[in-house]
Each structure stands twice: as structure tokens, then as C-alpha cells.
Design a protein around this ligand. Structure first.
Ligand SMILES: C[S@@+](CC[C@H](N)C(=O)[O-])C[C@H]1O[C@@H](n2cnc3c(N)ncnc32)[C@H](O)[C@@H]1O
Length: 273
């Protein structure tokens, strides 16, 4: 039975996808140090067939094509793919769920920047991705380490937490979402159970400029990522207080050339056989 990722499709076709499309340029600049590390690990060669999974607005797909790849990007978000198509006609951007995607030709390389942590059944999804690779094909993706290692997101999250209603049930840290792959052992198990070999998971850290000042940083943090998701649940005085707390927390990190906060990712690579 095909995997059902409808909840994520609804999420990425609504406010989240539209916001990512509007902020594409800003987000690509923010994430650049992490993309570059992922692309270095991917080391795409001229003429290789490449699939960019959860390609979103297409930044890494376009970069892979610029390095000589023959690239297709697959995503479930129509607004993000519309933005991607407006940026490049060299890459083919396809609307499909990567967990069930069945192209007519295999790939030499599967790549993803933050697009593979949203599957309901990750092992089943990665089994499908592996089946799309040539026998000597490789996969390289970038995913987030835990929030504690990512102050660029968690500083705001911690500041607004006291203003949120208490969760009725404890949150599942492995539920589809940005931090679902924070535990490297869990990622290794998923990839091994889905048939991948030569699994390597390397830590990479960078300092990200989240804004030139608190206004810019807050504008971004309240629109994308986990903080945006919870801010949307607040209104009235609680929202105002949460915003003030987030502003104070970010202001504490103001430096002479903007607000810089640390980010930590896993750069994961594996082979099909
Ligand atoms: C955090 S965004 C990253 C987008 C892009 N890779 C980037 O770095 O700018 C996650 C992306 O994964 C996509 N996505 C989530 N679940 C997916 C699925 N099952 N199949 C394909 N794309 C999916 C979302 O629509 C979204 O574009």
C-alpha cells in the first residue's frame, strides 16, 4: 500500500510552503554554509543522474545541475515547486511523494537538504529511495542534529515555551518534523533496515547569521521552523509576551555584524550496494 504522508502534504501546501517560497532567497543565504558542506560530500560528477528529495524551492537542485548533474527535484509542495520552476528550466521539478515516487530511469545520486525527515514510515520511504538508485548509486543528505545543538532555532523556542499551553501528550521526538533524525543511531538503523550500505554519519557545525538585528531575526524565526509553528497557536497577550521574550533572547546574541547562532547537522552518506 502506498505510504500516506497527507498530513505533511497539507502542511507544506499551506502556510509553511507559501512562507518558504516567499522567503526563499533569505533562507538559501542563511543555510548556505550547510548546503555547501552537503554538496561537497555529494561530489556530483558531470552527467550523473541526480534526484533532489524534498527539493523545495530548488536551491540545491540548481547547484547540483551547475556542478554537471542531470537533475530532477521531487517535492510534495506545489507553492515551493512553483518558486523552483521560476528559478530554473534546466532542472525538472516534479510534484510527488518521494516515499512512493517511481521514475522510469534510475539515479546515480540521491541528495537532500533537510527534505527527508518528514516521512510517516522512514524505513519504507528509504527502501523506495534505494530502489531508485543504480547498483553503484549513492545517497547523501543533510539533516538537523538535536535542538540542544541548534541554538539558532532553540534560543527562540526556549524563550516562547513558557507561554504555550502544556502539551496533552508528550511529543514524539521521532515524529515527522525537522528534528526527527536528530539521533544518529536511529538514522543508521533506518538506513540499514532499508538496505543501504557503507553508512557514514558525520557531524558538521556552522555559525549562521539569523539576522542583522533582532527585528530581522525575529521576523524570520516567527515565520519558519518550529517556533513559527507554535507562534501560530498563540494570540492576544500571550503572543505579545512570547514575542517580547523571543526578542530579548535574540538580542543577547547581537554582535557587531549581526546575530550569529550555532547550527549543527549530520551529513549522511550511504551506498545502494
Ligand atoms: C525543510 S523543507 C526543505 C526544502 C529544501 N530542500 C531546502 O533545503 O530549501 C522540507 C521539504 O520537504 C518536502 N517534503 C516533505 N515530505 C515530503 C515527501 N514525502 N515527499 C517529497 N517532499 C517532501 C516539503 O514539501 C519541503 O519542501
Amino acid at each position: 500500500m502506498p505510504q500516506d504522508n497527507q498530513e505533511q502534504a497539507d502542511y507544506w501546501n499551506d502556510r509553511a510552503g507559501n512562507t518558504w517560497a516567499q522567503l526563499q532567497d533569505r533562507l538559501d543565504t542563511l543555510l548556505k554554509p550547510l548546503s555547501e558542506a552537503g554538496l561537497r560530500a555529494a561530489n556530483v560528477q558531470d552527467g550523473q543522474r541526480v534526484l533532489d528529495v524534498g527539493c523545495g524551492c530548488g536551491d540545491t537542485s540548481i547547484a547540483l545541475a551547475a556542478h554537471g548533474g542531470i537533475v530532477q527535484g521531487v517535492d510534495i509542495s506545489e507553492p515551493m515547486l512553483t518558486q523552483a520552476r521560476s528559478r530554473s528550466s534546466e532542472v525538472e521539478f516534479i510534484l510527488a511523494d518521494a516515499a512512493n515516487f517511481a521514475p522510469d530511469q534510475p539515479y546515480d545520486l540521491i541528495f537532500s537538504r533537510f527534505g527527508v525527515m518528514f516521512f510517516n514510515d522512514p524505513t519504507d520511504a528509504f527502501r523506495n529511495l534505494r530502489s531508485l538508485l543504480n547498483a553503484d548509486g549513492r545517497m547523501v543528505f543533510v539533516c538537523w542534529q538535536p535542538p540542544s545543538e541548534n541554538p539558532w532555532m532553540s534560543v527562540t523556542g526556549r524563550a516562547i515555551a513558557p507561554y504555550l499551553p502544556e502539551a496533552k501528550t508528550p511529543l514524539d521526538p521521532r515524529a515527522p518534523g525537522p528534528f526527527a533524525f536528530a539521533d544518529a543511531d536511529y538514522v543508521r538503523t533506518i538506513l540499514s533496515n532499508s538496505g543501504f550500505h557503507n553508512i557514514q554519519i558525520n557531524a558538521f557545525t556552522a555559525s549562521l547569521q539569523v539576522g542583522e538585528d533582532t527585528d530581522q531575526a525575529l521576523a524570520l524565526q516567527t515565520r519558519v521552523g518550529p517556533a513559527a509553528r507554535v507562534m501560530a497557536e498563540l494570540d492576544g497577550e500571550a503572543r505579545e509576551q512570547a514575542l517580547a521574550a523571543a526578542r530579548n533572547a535574540l538580542a543577547a546574541h547581537q554582535g557587531h555584524n549581526g546575530i550569529h547562532l550555532d547550527a549543527a547537522v549530520w551529513i549522511v552518506s550511504a551506498t545502494a550496494s
